[in-house]
Ligand binder design. Structure first.
Ligand code: ZN
Ligand code: ZN
Length: 316
């Protein structure tokens, strides 16, 4: 059912037409003849005027795109120049000495000597926090990683944890005389590995010790490294990885590559991998340094699967 609203000229119709009255008359005739109700709210739109708008929109969009593109591709130095204007202003607000290293957690570190690093709170945090009543420090001998909670500030009744800008590694001395063999003039690898295990924090997943000492175990003349199968600790020695040991000129890049391979190899044992017979696998056993040079730094597919299996079993 519908509601008949009649067929009066222009009834409910707004015409925007350049086609002239002819079309208008035709529409009215149609409605007269068939008695169809006029379509209310319908507008005729001039096709040429519409296209003009479309063209203008496209041109306008292109112009905007050009402006945007020029903004994106303008020389970076102009951006830096603009930013540079504000740097002195920021410097006036906060003290930012250049000789120290800053962490995103508003702490800083200043190396002082070989084994000492001074740490502190940056000027921004200090201005924000105000007067500090007390500082809680971590326990003596605790290990802290960069980005972990380093210390806590007490301000009024609140406490604010600050992030450590550096990793604090325990500097424990091993009693090397216990593992030294004066006849061989070498160090017992298993003894040194046990020292490392004893010093490993319980939450450690894996630890790799690197030493310059010449390692041995009673059944072998020397060792490049040793590890606990499925355990947390591994040890490598650079002693026989250096070219100088063989009377060849020093090659630091080669030494790094050899150390990387032997480090990965020994860590591979801690993931439960045994020696592999694949030529292109870091888990291949190496008796001579030339054999280390021939093997890659990566695991073969089978050994990779072994590491993944270990991860799945440990739910890591
Ligand atoms: Zn091995
Ligand atoms: Zn392999």
């Amino acid at each position: 059912m519908g509601i008949q609203v009649g067929c009066k000229p222009n009834a409910g119709i707004t015409r925007i037409s350049r086609m002239g009255d002819k079309r208008k008359d035709h529409q009215e005739e149609c409605n007269d003849q068939k008695g169809d109700p006029p379509t209310e709210g319908f507008s005729y739109v001039d096709i040429f005027a519409t296209k003009h708008i479309e063209y203008l929109l496209v041109i306008g969009f292109l112009l905007l795109f050009i402006v945007f593109w020029r903004f994106l591709t303008r020389p970076a130095k102009r951006v830096f120049k603009a930013a540079g204007k504000y740097v002195p202003v920021i410097n006036e607000w906060f003290s930012l000495p250049e000789e120290i290293y800053y962490h995103l957690g508003h702490s800083w570190a200043a190396p002082e000597g070989k084994n000492l690093v001074k740490v502190g709170v940056d000027d921004f945090a200090q201005k924000l926090v105000g007067k500090i009543n007390a500082i809680q420090l971590p326990g003596i001998g605790s290990t802290i990683n960069q980005g972990d909670k380093g210390w806590t500030l007490e301000v009024d009744s609140k406490t604010i944890d600050m992030l450590s800008p550096v990793t604090r590694v325990r500097n424990r001395r091993f009693n090397l005389s216990l593992v030294y063999d004066p006849v061989r003039n070498q160090y017992n690898s298993t003894g040194l590995l046990l020292e490392l295990i004893n010093d490993t924090p319980p939450e450690t997943m894996k630890i790799l010790g690197v030493t310059e000492l010449d390692l041995f175990i009673p059944i072998f003349t020397f060792l490049f490294g040793e590890a606990q199968l499925n355990g947390p600790a591994a040890l490598v020695s650079t002693h026989r990885l250096r070219n100088q040991f063989y009377g060849i000129p020093d090659d630091q890049a080669l030494l790094k590559k050899r150390l990387l391979k032997e480090g990965i190899h020994e860590l591979g044992h801690t993931f439960g991998l045994i020696h592999c017979f694949a030529l292109k696998c870091v888990m291949k056993s190496s008796t001579y340094v030339e054999e280390i040079d021939q093997k890659p730094t990566h695991f073969c597919k089978l050994c990779q699967q072994g590491v993944l299996k270990w991860q799945n079993e440990k739910n890591i």
